[in-house]
Write a protein that binds this ligand. Structure first.
Ligand SMILES: *Cc1c(COP(=O)(O)O)cnc(C)c1O
Length: 457
């Protein structure tokens, strides 16, 4: 099958993790109301809840923390960060923020007017919330294939240019301040966008005076897929591909907690001088001075170093290979997963896994709870619980997909840990008939997946 390269790092500091018994885990899960978000991390053996801010930093990044210049204004670490972002991303202006949503807040406020439309390749929760809060309507213009969990095509995150043209014809270009292009698409399972698609989107938007803003959160993963799948980029470096990608954007928002290899941080990039000026005025209100944006000097230093490390081919090759390794083991055992495997996670198809559990009995929630009890692995529900209720009718949204997300943190776990994850899932699959659904016994009004509680049927 695939080639799985060994870890391109060795271990210098270790963090012991909880070794628990099945009886203890049954107790912990019950106490947590069968919701993995309510477990304490001290009760978890392998934590695949998210890859956000869960990265292991390198020795150089830890050393960077010691040279933090904690000045209120003009910190040297800001200048280092700015220099690195200019070199690797190529944008003119940089505004640091405490994390990705801080940058989304600034961008949405300076660019969106009430009644505008912001098209994008599938939504992301915080991105869309900021757009809507500023009066815009989000319009999904991703290709249709992205909504199917089994179609295997190389660039499932691409924009459908016909959908973009149609929106321009319908509402007029002056109602579209920018297009938000996510590279890769998180909610489609980490699916990439091709360089050709970025080029075409930029050309069409330029014709109509519409700006292109990237959600660059997972841009290095996207660059790896371009190298692998777009023939003309086969011999280019990840850094060269990344820089060309960014050349098709007028700016970007970034969550440093993902592809910049840090535990906290983010930034907004802009080429336009006026927009930059406006962002500087607002960042003072929401984050801090334009030279720290809610971050300590040491955090900016760690992010600058992380950006340089993130474009190392061996790092990103190994990261993507870890996702494939887990997926291939599960597929070989017949376990149903979403395809193709993207850049940051493997998704179990809970409907196919538990066909005897109806959607109203929360199959993905039940599977995530059982997986924890079986093997101490923490995952996350992405199904009817996460989808919430319709604001007007109060009915449950019924998403097509009932998924359990297994997100791989960067540089944290070894292939042996992933073997343990796969073994636990395969064991559950073999006794899937015994897994029952859940009743929801507590339901908060907003973002219910975080704190809702359940009991076994
Ligand atoms: C995580 C994420 C964000 C938000 O970033 P935070 O650092 O969590 O605020 C935005 N877009 C995408 C695609 C993300 O994955």
């Amino acid at each position: 099958m695939s080639h799985y390269p060994a870890e391109p790092y060795k271990i210098k500091a270790v963090e012991p993790i909880a070794m628990t018994t099945r009886e203890q885990r049954q107790e912990y899960m019950k106490k947590a109301g069968y919701n993995t978000f309510l477990l304490n991390s001290a009760e978890v053996y392998i934590d695949l809840l998210t890859d956000s801010g869960t990265t292991a930093m390198s020795d150089k990044q830890w050393a960077g923390l010691m040279i933090g210049d904690e000045a209120y204004a003009g910190s040297r670490n800001f200048h280092h960060l700015q220099e690195v972002i200019r070199e690797y991303y190529g944008f003119k202006h940089v505004v640091p923020t405490h994390q990705g949503r801080g940058a989304e807040n600034l961008l949405s406020m300076i660019m969106i007017k009430d009644g505008d439309y912001v098209p994008g390749n599938m939504y992301f929760t915080t991105t869309r919330a900021h757009q809507e809060r500023n009066g815009a309507t989000f319009v999904d213009i991703i290709i249709d294939e992205a909504h199917d969990s089994q179609i295997e095509i190389p660039f499932k995150g691409n924009i459908d240019l016909n959908k973009l043209q149609k929106l321009i014809d319908e509402v007029g270009a002056d109602k579209i301040p920018y297009i938000c292009l996510a590279v890769t698409v998180n909610l489609a399972g980490g699916q990439p966008v091709s360089m050709q698609n970025m080029r075409e989107v930029k050309a069409l938007c330029s014709q109509h005076g519409i700006k292109v803003m990237f959600d660059a959160t997972r841009c290095v993963e996207n660059a790896y897929f371009i190298k692998e799948r777009e023939a003309e980029y086969k011999d280019k470096t990840i850094a060269e591909i990344l820089k060309e990608m960014m050349s098709y954007a007028d700016g970007c928002t970034m969550s440093g907690k993902k592809d910049c290899l840090v535990n906290i941080g983010g930034f907004l990039c802009l080429n336009d001088d006026d927009l930059y000026q406006q962002a500087c005025e607002l960042v003072v209100l929401f984050e801090g001075m334009p030279s720290y944006g809610g971050l300590a000097g040491r955090d900016m230093e760690a992010m600058a170093i992380g950006i340089k490390e993130s474009v190392d081919f061996h790092y990103i090759e190994h990261r993507i290979a870890q996702c494939r390794y887990l997926a291939d083991k599960l597929t070989a055992a017949g376990v149903p997963i979403v395809k193709p495997v993207g850049g940051h996670a493997v998704f179990l198809d809970a409907r196919a896994f538990l066909p005897h559990v109806s959607q109203e009995e929360f199959p993905a929630q039940a599977l995530a709870a059982e997986l924890y009890i079986e093997s101490g692995v923490r995952s996350m529900e992405r199904g009817i619980v996460s989808a919430g209720r319709d604001k007007i009718t109060g009915e449950n949204h019924k998403p097509k997909l009932e998924l359990v997300r297994l997100t791989i943190p960067r540089r944290v776990y070894t292939y042996a840990h992933l073997d343990h994850v796969a073994d636990g899932i395969i064991k559950l699959y073999q006794k899937r008939d015994q897994i029952k659904g859940l009743n929801m016994v507590y339901e908060p009004k907003l973002l219910r997946f975080f704190t809702s509680r359940f009991e076994p049927k």
